[in-house]
Design a binder for this molecule. Structure first.
Ligand SMILES: Nc1ncnc2c1ncn2[C@@H]1O[C@H](COP(=O)(O)OP(=O)(O)O)[C@@H](O)[C@H]1O
Ligand SMILES: [Mg+2]
Length: 425
C-alpha cells in the first residue's frame, strides 16, 4: 500500500522509518517531512497545518492510508475532512481529538466516566480562580485549557505563583484563546509514565510502556521542554499497573467518548501519575508522543502499516503486537539555548558515524543547506538504540554521541536514570 504521513518532526521520522520497513507498505509519502525523513519517504512541501493543501495532496496521491502525526491538524478537523473524502485515516476526528484540544473537556469527561484523576475546577474568572487557589493552597497546578505546545502548565509551589499564572492566562492573554479557560488541579505526587494505546472503536490495543524526560537539565531540573529523551519499556509500569491503566483509564474514556457520539480511531496517549492510590490520568494526547514514538517504533516488530490500516478500517480486533525483547532509548539533541532562542543554520557533522556506532538518528528540527544538514528547530535529533536493557541502550547512545560534530548542540547526560536504577536494584 501507499501511506501518506502528515508531519515533519522526530515522531514522524520514526513512523516513516518503521512504515518503510513494513512488508505491507510499498511507498511512503510525507508532508512536509524533513531531510532525515527523505531517506525513508518522498517528502512533499505541504505544511502539517495547511488543511486545504493536505486535502489537495491526498486527492493527488490517492494513498491507501493517511497517518496524522501531530495534534494540531487533528484538533482542526483534518481527520473528518479526509474521512469524508473517503480516505482510510489513522487519527481521530475533531470531536475525539478534543480530548487533547481542550483540557476542560477532557477533565469533565474523565469525571463523568469515573476515571481516576486529580481533583479539578474549570475557571474563566480571575477572582473565582484566585478564591479556589487560596482555599486549596499550594502546591497546586494551573493549566491553560487549549493547545499550548507543552508550555501551558504551571506546577505552582506557592499560592503567589499560582495566582500570577491564572492572571497571566485569564487577564494577560499569555496563551491567547487557549488560556481563556484555566483548569486548576490538585497536585499529585508520584512517578510519571506514558501509556499509549492503538484504538479503533471498541478495540483498545496497548503499546509497550514508555517514559520521557520533559525537563531540560540533568536530574529532571530546569524548565519543561517538548521532551529531552525517552525509553521503552518503563520498568515502573508493572503488568498490574498496565492492566489498571487499561481498565480504569483507557476503556472508560473511550466508552464515554462513544456515548457522546465520538468514536476514537488513532493513538490514545494517557499521561499517568503512579500515585500511592494507584495510577491517575494527568492528561490525554491523541497521537504518539514525541520522543516516546522513537523508542517504541525501534522496538516494534509487527508490520506497522498493517496495524494502522486495520485500526483505520475498524478491524483491529484480534491484532496482536510483537516487540523486540530488551529496551530502546532515545536521547534528544537540542540547539543550545532551547527552549529559549537559539541560532539556526549551524552545520551538524558526524551523523553517519553516530549511526555506524549502533544507533538510528531520527531527525526533528533539521534542514538542508548547501548539501549539509543544519539545525532549524529547538529539538533537532533523536539518537536511538535498541539493546538488552535500558542501561545498555543508554551506553550505546552516549558512546555514539561522542561521534557527533556539532558544538552548538546540547543533550542531557542522564536519560533513563530512573529505569536504570530499577534495573540495577
Ligand atoms: N495534577 C498534577 N499534579 C502534579 N503534576 C502535574 C499535574 N498535572 C500536570 N503535572 C505535570 O505537568 C506536566 C504537564 O502537564 P500535562 O497535563 O501533561 O500538560 P501538557 O503535556 O499539555 O503540557 C506533566 O507531565 C506533569 O509533570
Ligand atoms: Mg503532557
Amino acid at each position: 500500500m501507499k501511506v501518506l504521513v502528515i508531519g515533519g518532526g522526530g515522531r514522524e521520522h520514526a513512523l516513516c522509518w518503521k512504515l518503510k520497513r513494513s512488508d505491507s507498505v510499498r511507498e511512503v509519502v510525507c508532508a512536509p517531512g524533513n531531510p532525515g525523513i527523505a531517506a525513508d519517504a518522498r517528502c512533499v512541501p505541504v505544511g502539517a497545518e495547511d488543511i486545504e493543501g493536505l486535502m489537495a495532496l491526498a486527492s493527488d496521491e490517492k494513498p491507501d492510508l493517511v497517518v496524522v502525526g501531530p495534534e494540531a491538524p487533528l484538533v482542526a478537523g483534518l481527520g473528518n475532512r479526509l474521512r469524508e473524502a473517503g480516505f482510510a485515516v489513522f487519527g481521530p476526528d475533531k470531536a475525539a481529538a478534543n480530548l487533547e484540544g481542550s483540557k476542560s473537556f477532557s477533565k469533565r469527561l474523565m469525571y463523568e466516566a469515573g476515571v481516576p484523576t486529580a481533583r479539578f475546577e474549570v475557571h474563566v474568572d480571575v477572582d473565582e480562580a484566585i478564591e479556589t487557589i487560596r482555599s486549596w493552597g499550594a502546591p497546586i497546578v494551573i493549566k491553560a485549557s487549549g493547545l499550548a505546545a507543552g508550555k501551558g502548565v504551571i506546577v505552582a509551589q506557592t499560592e503567589k505563583e499560582a495566582i500570577d499564572a491564572v492572571r497571566d492566562m485569564l487577564a494577560g492573554n499569555a496563551f491567547g484563546e487557549a488560556g481563556s479557560q484555566v483548569v486548576i488541579e490538585e497536585f499529585l505526587r508520584g512517578e510519571e509514565a506514558s501509556c499509549l494505546f492503538i484504538v479503533s472503536g471498541d478495540t483498545i490495543l496497548p503499546l509497550a510502556s514508555s517514559q520521557d524526560h520533559k525537563a531540560l537539565l540533568d536530574g529532571d531540573l530546569g524548565p519543561n521542554t517538548g521532551g529531552m529523551g525517552a525509553y521503552s519499556p518503563a520498568p515502573c509500569v508493572t503488568e498490574a499497573i498496565a492492566d489498571a491503566v487499561l481498565k480504569t483509564i483507557a476503556r472508560p474514556t473511550v466508552a464515554a467518548l462513544k456515548k457522546r457520539g465520538a468514536e476514537f480511531i488513532g493513538t490514545l496517549y494517557a499521561g499517568v501519575m503512579l500515585t500511592d492510590e494507584g495510577p491517575k490520568a494527568l492528561e490525554f494526547n491523541v497521537r504518539f508522543g514525541d520522543p516516546e514514538c522513537q523508542p517504541l517504533m525501534s522496538r516494534l516488530q509487527s508490520d506497522l502499516g498493517e496495524v494502522l490500516l486495520a485500526a483505520a478500517e475498524k478491524r483491529l480486533d484480534g491484532v496482536k503486537l510483537a516487540w523486540k525483547a530488551g529496551a530502546a532509548l532515545c536521547v534528544v539533541v537540542a540547539s543550545d539555548g532551547y527552549p529559549g532562542s537559539f541560532e539556526k543554520g549551524q552545520t551538524i557533522g558526524g551523523l553517519d558515524a553516530v549511526e555506524a556506532a549502533g544507533t538510528t538518528v531520527f531527525h526533528a528540527g533539521t534542514a538542508e543547506k548547501d548539501g549539509a544538514i543544519v539545525n532549524a528547530g529547538g529539538r533537532v535529533l533523536g539518537v536511538t538504540a535498541v539493546a538488552e536493557s535500558v542501561g545498555a541502550a543508554q551506553q550505546t547512545v552516549y558512546r555514539a554521541l561522542n561521534e557527533l560534530d556539532w558544538p552548538g548542540g546540547f543533550y542531557r547526560r542522564d536519560i533513563g536514570y530512573r529505569a536504570i536504577a530499577r534495573e540495577e536494584s
